[in-house]
Design a protein around this ligand. Structure first.
Ligand code: NAD
Length: 355
């Protein structure tokens, strides 16, 4: 990154830069490469600082900070979740993030993460499904056809070969838009009139709805043996998607139990209810799917290491790419302790320029 030699300058990836980067690599290739970073970081789980994200809840939503570090790099994401936002022309989820050098604390990347979150969430879902979904699964129901939905479809296509989608949303215009966005990418797409209809014949069911309440997107009778459920939308206290009885019939896989017990579907279960940690399956120390009839559930809430993987991936990609802006982010006086002197010299230069 030759443009970033100055210590005060930090590469900034804007939304436009991110879109250019994703499109120049290709959505599916980007997702495949990102899956590899996510898997790599799950496999070295024990090298990360881990804490449940810091959530500030309000009546209509949540604002969260998601930090982690592997001892060399430190990353955090700012992210919101406001399901009512789409009614006023805003996104339900927006985000930005920072990656920094642990040795000196200086940021090495500032980036938009709204698009990147959709990509990393989809990549994580696909990585989980690689270990948990029935072999050869090609048909996926997607219930909730909003901002995240197409990214989920692409990640499952890229990593698992899913090419048949059954879409449902309470808002038929969301399903129409999702189907239209995906129609030229080799999917067979069925627009369904109910969640019950969407799950018919699907080996994988992704729930990715937004509502700030305990919903029943899937009821127990809708889940047959052998299904893999990728539950993405339940990610806050009081915000779930699955009937509790489904949880009792499933083998449940989670990211970081102390966070998922607060935010995930398993908030409906006792605090000591047994769950498996996805990282152990990725690392090969525990088994994912064991039988054709087992119901597997990835109770996704989104964890900081996944954002760290995404930040790390984008940083690596920028080395060979100039699609970023130089952000004058860090005060950098000639003599490090002369911060006030730098301010005074700036004033003198400004006065001279006026004179
Ligand atoms: N687990 C994670 O890592 C992660 C990451 C990002 C987002 N999320 C969550 O995923 C969800 C979806 O995010 P988004 O950005 O796509 O939101 P969005 O608002 O763009 O889309 C949500 C869609 O769900 C639909 N919906 C709401 N209730 C429904 C119901 N009962 N049945 C069917 N459809 C219904 C809405 O009509 C809307 O089209 C949110 O709850 C968000 O918090 C989770």
């Amino acid at each position: 990154m030759s443009q970033t030699q100055n210590l005060n300058i930090v590469p900034f990836v804007s939304v436009e830069n991110m879109m250019d980067l994703v499109l120049s690599i290709g959505v599916e290739k980007f997702l495949l490469e990102l899956c590899a970073y996510v898997e790599e970081d799950f496999a070295r789980w024990e090298s990360f600082d881990k804490t449940p994200r810091i959530a500030s809840h309000s009546h209509d939503g949540v604002i969260e900070l998601m930090p982690t570090s592997d001892g060399k790099l430190y990353g955090f994401k700012y992210v919101n979740g406001h399901p009512k936002n789409t009614k006023s022309g805003r996104q339900t989820v927006t985000a930005f993030g920072v990656l920094a050098d642990v040795d000196n604390g200086y940021p090495v990347l500032v980036t938009e993460m709204t698009i990147l979150t959709a990509l990393r969430t989809a990549a994580t879902s696909a990585v989980a499904a690689k270990h948990l979904a029935p072999k050869g699964a090609r048909t996926m129901a997607i219930i909730g056809n909003g901002a995240q939905s197409e990214f989920q479809a692409f990640a499952f296509k890229a990593l698992l070969g899913v090419d048949h989608l059954r879409l449902y949303d309470i808002d038929p215009s969301a399903t129409e838009r999702c189907a239209r966005n995906l129609e030229s990418f080799g999917f067979r797409i069925d627009a369904c009139r109910s969640a019950e209809e969407a799950v018919e014949g699907a080996q994988i069911v992704t729930t990715v709805t937004a509502d700030k309440k305990n919903s029943t997107i899937l009821s127990d009778n809708m889940v047959g043996p052998g299904i893999h459920i990728n539950a993405v939308g339940g990610d806050c206290p009081g915000k779930t998607e699955l009937h509790r009885d489904i949880l009792l019939r499933s083998d449940i896989f989670v990211e970081f139990p102390p966070q998922t017990r607060i935010e995930g579907e398993i908030q409906q279960l006792p605090e000591d209810y047994p769950v498996q940690e996805l990282w152990k399956v990725v690392a090969g120390t525990e088994t994912g799917r064991r039988s054709e009839t087992q119901i597997t559930l990835f109770d996704s809430v989104g964890f900081a290491t996944e954002d760290f993987s995404a930040l790390r991936y984008v940083k690596d990609k920028l080395s060979a790419d100039s699609r970023f802006q130089n952000l004058d982010l860090l005060a950098d006086p000639d003599e490090p302790r002369d911060l006030f002197g730098m301010l005074m010299r700036h004033q003198a230069r400004a006065t001279q320029a006026v004179a």
